[in-house]
Design a protein around this ligand. Sequence first.
Ligand SMILES: [Zn+2]
Length: 392
Amino acid sequence: MSERLYYQDSFLTSFEACVVRAEAGGVVLDRTAFYPASGGQPNDLGRLNGVPVTDVVEDESGEIVHRLEGPLPAIGETVRGEVDWERRRDHMQQHSGQHLLSAAFVRLFGFQTVSFHLGVATCTIDLSTPAVSAEQAGRAERLSNEIIFEDRPVRVFFAGAEQARSLALRKEVEREGEVRLVEIRDLDLSACGGTHVASTGQIGVVLLRKIEKSRYGTRVEFVCGLRAARVAGADYATLTEAATVLSAHPDNLPALMARQVEELKAAEKERQKLLQAMAGYEARELYAAAPEKNGVRLLVKTLASGDVSYARSLASQFAAQPNARAVLLLKQPPTLVLAQSRGLAADLGAAVKKLAAEYGLRGGGSRDSAQAGAPDAAAAQRALDAIVRELN
Ligand SMILES: [Zn+2]
């Protein structure tokens, strides 16, 4: 089993090792500083003899396999490994920040962390509690940052499983054999194989972003270190951009947007009222001009585009007049809208249903009003012609 150099020293990023296995999947070294994806922490990246390392995984036997972009070195060859320090440091900040935040939630409220995910942009922990209030989240964030400012030592050490179980671990250890423990002085002791900072000050800052329900209870999204600065900067840029569109100060955005949403709703209501009235005028005008056949005034009309609700209103207001039938085609979205005065012989819903399969119509209706969507404007036109023939 290859020696895991990162177990002792998370800051080691340059090392020499000997290739013990080299096959299609990648190379296994006698010792490595590359962290393989595990325990919620993504793998390291970097170079082996200058060749980019594309992935680092732990295989079924527990060996660390380095996948390379180029040709593999030979078995027995000595290689120089370089771990991408920026990425490693970011993962250390997030992971140590997670231990800190998880411990803060336990200390303050007894909320246990049941899972951890270190993502590309943000991190999450799932807490086994149905809810976390904004006030609780604020207090956990505050405590975490206080401990960061105190710059407490973070120590990594090993213990036997029995011995580990006798210590006050945040979470019980299930595995046997030697256990790696990570301690934040006077706050947290956890079994963990990840890479960690040397003292809490190196986490920089913990910033909570979102609290939401999750399968396991409550999910808390957070970022630490340089990520927190980057994310806060990006958040503020987004806010400023939105504020500029509305010619407002970012602080006034929530109130302003709430007001605008209300105004928009009121305007939409007003628009619907005006459309109804307009459809009424148009319906009466069209009725006066509509040809009469067998005692029925028939309106067949194509509307280029617009509201389905306008078409519906026009058809129903046309049909509100005596002995009237409207067959409308809306080109965009391709829709047929039918309505007729009560008491006429035809059944519009049945007519649509009868032609549905042939013209790909989706919809239906009652005896005196029906509506159907068509696959496209041409199909809608053919369906309209067929319906007019059917109804006459
Ligand atoms: Zn951990």
